[in-house]
Design a protein around this ligand. Sequence first.
Ligand SMILES: [Zn+2]
Length: 212
Amino acid sequence: MNEPSQSGFFYPNHIVRTCLESLKDILGENGLHVLLKRSGLADWIETPPPADLEKAVDFVRFSSLCAIMDEFYGLQGGHGVARRASWASYGVLREALADIPEVSGWDKVDLPLEKKIKGALVGTARILSGVSDQYTTVEEDDQSFFFIVHQCPVCWGREYDEPLCHPILGALEEATRWASSGLKFEIEEIECIAMGQETCKFRVSKFPVVES
Ligand SMILES: [Zn+2]
């Protein structure tokens, strides 16, 4: 098949496979096939990435998929679809988190909420930096955590005047929901490589949204 250019950075098969499966649930089989054909990824119709954690999906392919969703459904719609797909894909990461002793079971342990959220974010960053080339770090100040993606598979090779990386935002929504047993936190992408910035940087409030 015709690959445009390659990034030389890779995402693990299983995360992409789960993402495709949930896109099929959301868009229907035909909808997914149209997306894959339009984004030059038609080979995934017959042969989706296998369910293993081998780093085999070039960032260019993943960002092509994300770009076509935004093109088809508009930025808002595409972002909504991408976020929902990554809620499901986060399950793969959560299984991997169970193998990290400092983090596994943090959702159930009686710890201060802020510690649990930090554990989930740091654990997720560690897993992603290990199983993929999405090198990710976590920083914090008094109010917020910052989830910082140094090489981004979502906006790889893309340029835009708004942040584009909603699949990662969706994963962070799922991570914080899981670690807090269902609470919601304000999360926003405050820097994006597609906007010419150095990293894709997400701010996660340390305090849950108070539902009225
Ligand atoms: Zn990005």
